[in-house]
Every structure is written in C-alpha cells, then in structure tokens.
Design a binder for this molecule. Structure first.
Ligand SMILES: [Mg+2]
Length: 219
C-alpha cells in the first residue's frame, strides 16, 4: 500500500430506500399513488420471478400523479436515518467517501436530499418521468446492470474499490460475501440474507453506530 492509499479515506457505498432514508420511499409513493396490487409485483420480484426493472415498470404503471405531487409526498416521507447528519459531516470533513447506489429513482432522491447530494463522490440511481398515462422509467446505468439488478450494488462497490457497504433490502443481496464489510439495517431482509448464508454482516440502526465501528471520530 503506498502512502497515498494509506491516507485516502475509506469509501462506503450506501443504499437509499430503507437505509439512508428510514422508509422505502419508492414503495410508499406506490402505496400513495398506485392502484392496489402493486405489492404483489414487489413480492414476485423478491421471489425471483421478475427483474427489478420489470417489477418497477409494473408497480409504477398506474401512477398518474404529477411531479409536484410526488415530490411533495416524497419530502413528507423522506425522514433520514438517525446519524445521517454525522455521516454527511464525516464526508464533508474528508473522513469518509460516500457513494450513493439506489435501485430507486431520482425524482424522490433529489427531492429529499437536495444540496446534500453534492456530499457524495458519485451517485447512481434510475430515472422516473411522471406522465398522465403513467410514468416513463429509464435505467441508464447499463454498465452496472447484473442479473436481476439494473444497478448491481456489488458492481458499484467494485467500480469504486469500496470495502464498505450499507444497505437493507433484497436489491442489496449481491454484496453479501463479496464486499468485506456489510452494514445491514437491524432486522432487514439483507441482514436475514447474510445470516441465512453464514455471511458476516454488521447490524446497525443508526449511522452513529456505523461511524463508531469505522472509528471515524465525531467532529
Ligand atoms: Mg433499500
């Protein structure tokens, strides 16, 4: 390891829905605006019957709300996990490099994070453009698509040389056993997935716990 590598802050790739944001904002927007039955599509994806992108196209198909209504609802739903400010502060101080990797959509991620997106060294998510006949979904990161994932979290970690990942869900499973340190939200599907396979993960509830584990000092 050369001197520069030694001094470089560690890079952590972080998921959005259910991880940085307390709620799965995408699911909650479907709960608000989609016709009933969208949850059945989500269940089919988790059983491996659909790719995530195909599941999302079906889940969102009946949503005809316009951008303003969706962004307003996103901000209502968009509480960040406890310790997020400390995490952002660590990024601001150069103690940690953050990369955002979400299978969700810019429409609500940008509405919720706003200027704080500039604290990330890189961001990866998909695009949703509302329309009166249903939204248009775009999955632009084709070079990061693997298997059922339009944005494979393990591929993002590989691209950034990240040895740290924080996540919660079914769409984060690719990191298990691949990324050296996986922080999994306590009680989440990702934690369950790791436990079932005997893959170590660090359960967490707040980002203060994550920063303490990484020995990133408080300001
Ligand atoms: Mg998630």
């Amino acid at each position: 390891m050369d001197k520069e590598d030694h001094l470089a802050p560690p890079t952590m790739v972080i998921d959005f829905d259910g991880t940085l944001a307390v709620h799965d904002v995408g699911d909650e927007l479907c709960e608000t605006f989609a016709e009933p039955g969208w949850r059945d599509v989500g269940a089919a994806w988790r059983r491996g019957e659909l790719s995530l992108a195909d599941a999302q196209r079906r889940m969102w198909a009946s949503v005809t709300a316009d951008r303003t209504r969706m962004e307003e609802r996103a901000r209502e739903l968009g509480a960040l996990r406890e310790g997020a400010d400390a995490l952002f502060d660590a990024a601001r101080r150069g103690a940690l490099t953050l990369v955002l990797a979400s299978g969700g959509f810019g429409l609500y991620i940008e509405a919720i994070l706003g200027d704080r997106l500039s604290l990330f060294a890189a961001t990866y998510y998909n695009r949703l453009e509302p329309g009166p006949a249903g939204p248009t979904l775009d999955f632009p990161h084709r070079d990061l698509a693997r298997g059922p994932y339009a944005i494979c979290k393990a591929a993002v970690c590989e691209r950034h040389g990240a040895h740290l990942f924080a996540g919660d869900g079914s769409s984060d499973r690719s990191v298990a056993g691949v990324v050296p340190t996986v922080f999994a939200v306590e009680g989440s599907l990702l934690a369950l997935h790791c436990n079932e396979r005997g893959v170590p993960c660090v359960p967490f509830t707040t980002f203060d716990e994550v920063l303490a584990h990484l020995r990133v000092p408080a300001p």
